[in-house]
Design a protein around this ligand. Structure first.
Ligand SMILES: [Zn+2]
Length: 299
């Protein structure tokens, strides 16, 4: 396994300030793997250095792919690893009202519109013009067509957002660079982007710790949070990803070893935590690390 980009979290690094609450937020769509362990190390490690509590949030907004058996498996595996949340678990499926209320708020500002563009619509637009769709809106100009759906998009307004990422440094990027993002998909599920922005706001999450594969969605999240009434954006910390030597992301579908399998094979939890820490460059070579000790990797 190799890490993407520069190692993060070693040495003094950028100032991390203080936090009141961060979250570990897995989706119950499969078993935890080494990438989740690397994320947990950063979540609990940075929480301990910033004084924040860890909320465990089960991100089950996608009703098609989420399974109760994966949720019980991930809770069991997390406990086995030794990562103990201060609050939770809370589930996105526990209460739909916050998402519906946030939708009402956006609708009052006439920022929500139905859209019937599919991936094929975007691809056809790009083929005709020799360049991909760029910027707010959608190829069908659906904001001006008074559609009910099937997808709901939010007009974020374009422009750009800047933020100081605790692990990456100063960042700035365009808002809605690939089109206005969907907030509800054609199956009627709230989207990842929408659900996490609503959750982080209502749950008082002020430190968002996650992998660099989500870095590009940060400007949209910051903007959406502001449109929903968030005065101060959360602090973001995007860490390196655990990858195969050829650069591929870890995937259960590719047969990558899950925490569950390592556990069944009799490996100690501390060994797995150490392997994940080494895979993202937090330590030079794997050695056993107890989950309760990961804060030491960030001081
Ligand atoms: Zn459209």
């Amino acid at each position: 396994m190799t890490a993407e980009g520069e190692p993060t979290g070693r040495g003094p690094g950028p100032a991390r300030g203080s936090a009141t609450r961060t979250r570990f937020a897995p989706a119950p769509t499969g078993f935890l793997h080494l990438g989740h362990v690397a994320n947990a190390i950063h979540v609990w490690g940075l929480a301990s250095t910033t004084g924040g509590a860890v909320l465990l949030r089960i991100e089950d907004h996608d009703r098609v792919r989420c399974r109760p058996e994966y949720e019980s498996a991930l809770l069991g595996d997390l406990a086995w690893l030794g990562f103990e949340a201060d609050e939770g678990p809370v589930r996105q499926s526990d209460d739909d009202a916050p998402y519906a209320e946030a939708l009402d708020r956006l609708r009052e500002e006439t920022l929500v519109y139905g859209c019937d563009c599919s991936r094929a619509t975007f691809e056809a637009w790009a083929r005709e013009r020799g360049r991909p769709w760029h910027g707010p809106g959608c190829p069908g100009d659906c904001r001006h067509r008074a559609l009910d759906g099937p997808v709901l998009r939010v007009a974020l307004g374009g422009g750009s957002e800047r933020w100081m990422d605790s692990l990456v440094g100063p960042c700035a990027d365009e808002v809605a660079s690939g089109g206005d993002p969907p907030i509800r998909d054609r199956d009627g599920n709230w989207t990842y982007l929408y659900a996490v922005v609503v959750d982080d706001l209502r749950q008082g999450v002020d430190l968002v710790v996650r992998g660099r594969d989500l870095l590009a969605s940060t400007p949209d999240q910051i903007r959406l949070g502001r449109l929903l009434g968030r005065d101060v954006a959360a602090t973001f910390a995007h860490h390196s990803l655990v990858r195969h030597p050829d650069g591929r992301k870890l995937s259960k579908a590719d047969g990558d070893t899950s925490v569950r399998e390592s556990r069944a094979a009799g490996r100690p939890a501390a060994e797995l935590v150490g392997e994940a820490a080494a895979a993202v460059g937090l330590i030079d070579a794997a050695r056993p690390i107890e989950a309760t000790e990961v804060g030491r990797l960030f001081v």
